[in-house]
Design a protein. Structure first.
Length: 263
């Protein structure tokens, strides 16, 4: 048993707080054969101290309870409570990438491959601004101040700045019951008048939205919430750029961010 006052427990807590660092990697294809059999562990391999020796860094993966650890050229995975160590290759199926280092993890934690993900945000109640070829998917809560600021940035784009893009605004109710009520009414209105629903979202004018009866607007709300959970969205606004870059929180300069020059 690992007690809270042992060196191994304190070391685990310390590495969980290590910062991220971005780097590059290369694309691979999944191996045809399975991983080689594990060697018989040495007696000291059953201790947390053994696996925590020489740690260069640790990253929390976007899946509950798993951290990626790198110690020299060795990569392994540790449960959040330090009880389990997992050996072997990890492949990010959403991006088609093998995670062989923290540099690879950093690179792919911050982006998704839109072509592989095949996310149809129309099913999530997306309201569109613009008709460009490049899709920008944005999850917003109507009660969110940063979301309102971001929507103002979109409205302020010049025709030339807006022309390449199609902003797909997904109403997401994560800030309490008032948000749920507004999103349901927005979704319900969009079923009959998308232009009016889009205008209400862009101008933050929700007081005059018509009511929603029965289950109207609830299906898109539920699908958006499930999708947000699957994507690991824990902050709004949340943006997915046309090239798959992820942005939690509003960019300081939207036009520059769209071009990949600013976060």
């Amino acid at each position: 048993m690992i007690h809270r006052n042992t060196p191994s427990f304190r070391l685990l807590i310390a590495v969980l707080a290590m910062p991220l660092a971005a780097s590059a990697g290369e694309r691979i294809t999944p191996p045809e054969a399975g991983p080689p059999p594990l060697a018989t562990p040495r007696p000291d391999e059953g201790t947390l101290e053994h696996w925590m020796q020489g740690i260069d860094g640790m990253r929390r993966l976007p899946v509950a309870g798993v951290h990626m650890v790198q110690a020299g050229e060795r990569v392994f995975f540790v449960s959040t409570n330090g009880r389990y160590v997992f050996l072997g290759a990890a492949i990010d199926l959403w991006n088609g990438e093998r995670l062989t280092s923290l540099a690879e993890a950093d690179r792919w934690l911050e982006r998704l491959d839109p072509a592989r993900l095949k996310l149809d945000v129309g099913d999530l109640g997306a309201l569109d601004v613009g008709a460009g070829a490049q899709e920008v998917r944005i999850f917003v809560d109507p009660q969110c101040t940063q979301c309102a600021d971001l929507l103002d940035q979109i409205a302020a784009l010049t025709p030339a700045e807006r022309a390449p893009y199609r902003f797909r605004l997904i109403p997401l109710a994560v800030l309490g019951q008032p948000s749920v009520a507004i999103v349901v009414r927005l979704n319900c209105l969009a079923e009959t008048d998308r232009a009016r629903a889009t205008e209400a979202l862009l101008t933050h004018q929700f007081e005059t939205l018509p009511g929603a009866s029965g289950t109207c607007g609830q299906g898109a709300l539920q699908r958006a919430l499930v999708t947000a959970q699957l994507l690991g969205i824990d902050r709004v606004p949340f943006l997915i750029a046309p090239d798959g870059r992820l942005q939690a929180g509003a960019p300081m300069n939207l036009p520059l961010w769209l071009q990949g020059d600013d976060a």
